[in-house]
Design a protein around this ligand. Structure first.
Ligand code: SF4
Length: 382
């Protein structure tokens, strides 16, 4: 079986070169060609001697995600449906989104990537949850999403790239592969993205947050909060029963942050459910003593039958937070016309959306009367 190179660290590639009787620095050259220069075929690695290129062609492979389809939004973002066909793993499809800055002085693009195919966490507002967990992605499949988007958009790249791990999957439930990929992304000899430009978003897996806090090099941390009480959060994020707000926020309080660092809290505003001024007051209280910023994400109407908060309630919520000294920003989902919620394309591709939509509606009807919010994923908003 050919050796898969995508996802291998510099040390692993140096060891591979040495095992072939080559100087170890040849491994560093492969690493640079693959991640920094984005050369995905061995013939193009002209920094290597011809004999080594031939050996690589015979004994190694680079399995890039294959672009199945591109969806272009009127706001400039491009959503990719990607097929992952790594040898020895079940073929799956995931999504990545390329979002160029649209301001006049645009300087950056943001790439949202997936860390699992599907997800087991079952957030009630998320379409990926409907897929269930298919499988974890490998480090190569995670880093490959960034490389494929950068390469596809090569002509349009702005100077700075941000990466957000907010697509399909819970990154902290695929910890080792995610961190291997993140190290390659953050390595200045690798993809070369600054740590402050990579953000990992979690539903609140406390042991993973604690483990991340012990990493020497790590991405920025974002928490998908979405509620101001345990009762509310239990209703939309079952993970809260395992790691309730007090436990989650303690982990955030103890998370080691540098002087100019903060934790981002994402708050999807569901009209009539979690968007009242009392919610804002409770959120401010919950975040006391945590260097934080809150991203307010008004719910968008879509396939799922939920309510968008009014403009007034969004503004009032933000004002309460600001008055209480919590930085808050209103974020709008990018690519709404191309189905920007995570999991949507995969669902449509698998032609299950109609049936699943019916199932969701039936579940909604059955559960009506219980504290019940709208449901839909918006976790690729910025
Ligand atoms: S919001 Fe994220 S963690 Fe929750 S089910 Fe969806 S993909 Fe999983």
């Amino acid at each position: 079986m050919a050796i898969e190179l995508l996802g291998k660290s510099a040390d692993e590639l140096r060891a591979l070169a040495a095992s072939w009787g080559e100087p170890a620095y040849r491994g560093s050259q492969i690493y640079h060609a693959l991640y920094a220069e984005r050369r995905f075929d061995f013939a193009g690695m002209t920094n290597l001697p011809a004999a080594l290129r031939e050996k690589l062609s015979a004994e190694a492979r680079i399995t890039m995600p294959r672009i199945v389809r591109r969806y272009h939004s009127t706001d400039g973002s491009v959503r990719y449906l990607l097929a992952l066909e790594s040898e020895g793993a079940a073929p799956v499809q995931v999504e990545a989104v390329f979002m160029p800055d649209t301001k006049e002085d645009a300087r950056r693009q943001t790439i949202c990537i997936s860390t699992q195919a599907g997800c087991a966490v079952d957030c009630r507002f998320c379409l990926t949850a409907v897929l269930g967990l298919n499988r974890n992605l490998s480090a190569g499949e995670i880093v490959g999403q960034v490389l494929v988007a950068l390469e596809d958009q090569r002509e349009h790249l702005l100077p700075q790239t941000n990466v957000v791990l907010m697509g399909q999957g819970e990154p902290l439930l695929n910890y080792d592969a995610v961190m291997t990929a993140v190290r390659i992304l953050l390595d200045q000899r690798g993809v070369g993205i600054a740590p402050k430009h990579v953000t990992l978003s979690t539903s609140g897996i406390v042991p993973g947050i604690e483990r991340l806090g012990r990493e020497k090099v790590r991405p920025k941390l974002a928490i998908s909060l979405n509620a101001s009480t345990d009762e509310q959060r239990d209703a939309i994020m079952p993970i809260n029963r395992k790691y309730p707000l007090a436990v989650l926020l303690d982990a955030c309080r103890n998370y080691p942050l540098g002087p100019n660092e903060w934790i981002t809290f994402e708050y999807v505003m569901l009209g009539g459910f979690n968007d009242a001024p009392e919610d804002a007051r409770r959120v401010a209280k919950l975040l006391a003593n945590i260097p934080s910023k809150v991203n307010l994400i008004p719910w968008n109407p879509g396939e799922l039958p939920y309510k968008r908060p009014t403009q007034e309630s969004v503004e009032a919520f933000k004002q309460v937070l600001m008055d209480k000294g919590v930085f808050a920003f209103v974020r709008i989902s990018r690519g709404q016309d191309i189905m920007a919620a995570c999991g949507q394309l995969a669902l449509i591709e698998s032609k299950e959306i109609e049936t699943r939509g019916r199932e969701i509606k039936e579940r909604e009807t059955k559960e009506r009367g219980v504290l019940r919010p709208p449901r839909r994923a918006q976790n690729d908003t910025l």
